[in-house]
Design a protein around this ligand. Structure first.
Ligand code: NAP
Length: 487
């Protein structure tokens, strides 16, 4: 079956298969295209328009022109459109989920969850659009002091491949709610989900130029174009810390505002007073979602010495039940990693850990049946200074590390530049209070393995970034304060 037909056979609504750039409300093509493949079997899914400088500038101009009108619309109007977009996305949940699994590889059940998770941010910010309130300060009879909250301007957005729909929704929703317009570059591996979202926005009447989507393989050039443009007033990036730092430096020259959602290295801590069954369930969720390819995945698993052996034994039994399969299969839990480079990276980390003394309790290699899949793996006797515990693994590998005291595990957990997510299992409420203060992470989950939803502020500290997405705080990143004094 030819490439696009594979997709179309699964699509219920063919109109969502978009392969062109979306600029100023129009679908545009160029002379160049790039291939999008299915990470499970490397089959060719689609040829997508490869944008260049000319389209980057066209999109920035379109967003800038649209800003004049969009920023002056009423919050009610923007709220209504965001809600309609949310509903349109939910109506096409299954089509979007299939696209997502085909281009990204994650299990279809997780893809369906991502569509709802992302859509929930759009609904949330449709409501927050109505609550952008400035202040009038008490200033005496002959003066009025006002604080206005106004949209920042055009926002340049760059997103990664691991959540192709939700990372876009999490940024575009607050931007549009605030009155900003956007130019988005999705990851080159996963442009189809982003383009389908644009089509759904187009269908419900989001005005031209408000959302622009630029598929391209020229990531570096795109980054330079949006950071150099005087028309772009904010950069919102989710991706690796290395690229985030580069964009921060570039944005500094143009004094642009930034939101940076960068890499993590999440500790998962199990104390001796924890409910072990609950901790294992939590770890299964936190470690193996998206086959370990999330920024909040448990990356270093610290188990108290007195429960370590019992925990390891029970955990391995659970891991053995994970079904390794094509993401399109409803029962799949562990699927292909995004590309061969990702598989090699995970493989190298496991080989190095073994050389350094780690023991493989389960898995430990690439699947013999499909070289794009790394088998779910449990390693014991891992030390906190091994590379596998210092780098983001981004694969289904669980390194188990022993600890003895609370202070020791706090020091070990904090001993990283990353500060995104952290998980702790303990039944001691005094410890929960202490650790809430002492662990240096933007998000801490006690006694649960899933941390993110639209009502809570998502984001990290230290090299994991700056700014927050979601929650009542999330819209502030897209608003400027303006002080007005009227005598
Ligand atoms: P990445 O290599 O940094 O890529 C992310 C995006 O940046 C892609 O769209 C990529 O384009 C683009 N890019 C690459 N080099 C660029 C440059 N020089 N200038 C401008 N843009 C550039 O990260 P990834 O491997 O896709 O994603 C995984 C990383 O994202 C992990 O570190 C993960 O922890 C992090 N992440 C963080 C969060 C969070 O909320 N904190 C959420 C999800 C993921 P191409 O696709 O064309 O290369």
């Amino acid at each position: 079956m030819a490439s696009n037909e594979t997709l179309l056979a699964i699509f219920m609504n063919e109109s969502l298969l978009k392969t062109q750039a979306y600029i100023d409300g129009q679908w545009l093509t160029t002379d160049n295209q790039f291939k999008v493949d299915n990470p499970f079997d490397n089959s060719h899914l689609a040829d997508v328009t490869d944008c260049n400088q000319e389209q980057f500038q066209q999109a920035i101009d379109a967003a800038s022109n649209a800003f004049t009108h969009w920023s002056q619309t009423s919050p009610k109007y923007r709220s209504k459109l965001l809600l309609a977009w949310y509903q349109n996305i939910l109506e096409h949940q299954d089509d979007l989920a299939h696209t997502l699994t085909l281009e990204q590889g994650k299990p279809i059940a997780e893809a369906r969850n991502e569509i709802v998770y992302g859509a929930n941010y759009i609904k949330w910010f449709s409501e927050e659009a109505l609550r952008i309130n400035g202040d009038i300060l008490q200033s005496g009879l002959d003066k009025q002091t006002q604080v206005l909250k106004l949209p920042v301007g055009v926002v340049g957005i760059i997103t990664p491949w691991n959540f192709p729909q939700a990372m876009i929704a999490r940024k575009v929703a607050p931007a549009l709610a605030a009155g900003c317009t956007v130019v988005i570059k999705p990851a080159a591996e996963t442009p189809l989900s982003a383009l389908a979202m644009a089509e759904l926005a187009h269908q419900i009447g989001i005005p031209k130029g408000v959302i622009n989507i630029i598929p391209t393989t020229r990531a570096k050039e795109f980054g330079k174009a949006i950071t150099a443009s005087k028309k772009v007033r904010k950069i919102s990036f989710t991706g690796s810390t290395a690229v985030g730092k580069l964009l921060l430096k570039q944005a500094a020259d143009n004094v642009q505002r930034t939101t940076m959602e960068l890499g993590g290295n999440a500790p998962f801590i199990v104390f001796d007073d924890a409910d072990i069954d609950a901790a294992i369930d939590g770890l299964m969720v936190s470690k193996f979602r998206n086959s370990g390819q999330t920024c909040v995945c448990a990356n270093r698993i610290f188990i108290h010495d007195s429960v370590y052996d019992q925990f390891a034994k029970q955990f391995v039994e659970k891991v053995k039940t994970l079904s390794v399969d094509n993401g399109l299969n409803e029962t799949a839990k562990i699927t292909a990693l995004i590309n061969p480079k990702a598989v090699s990276k995970v493989s190298d980390l496991v080989i190095k850990a073994k050389q350094q003394g780690a023991q493989v309790l389960f898995g430990g290699s690439v699947s013999p049946a499909n070289h794009n899949i790394f088998l779910p793996t449990v390693l014991s006797d891992v030390q906190a200074d091994m590379s596998i515990a210092c780098e983001e693994i981004f694969g289904p590998v669980a390194p188990l590390i022993r600890f003895n005291t609370e202070q020791q595990v706090i020091d070990l957990a904090n001993n990283t530049d990353a500060g995104l997510a952290c998980y702790v299992f303990t039944e001691d409420r005094h410890r929960i209070r202490r650790l809430s203060h002492l662990l240096e992470f933007g998000m801490i989950a006690f006694n649960e393995g899933a941390i993110s939803n639209e009502m809570a502020p998502f984001g990290g500290v230290k090299h994991s970034g700056m700014g927050r997405e979601g929650s009542k705080y999330g819209i502030d990143d897209y608003l400027e304060l303006k002080y007005v004094s009227v005598s």
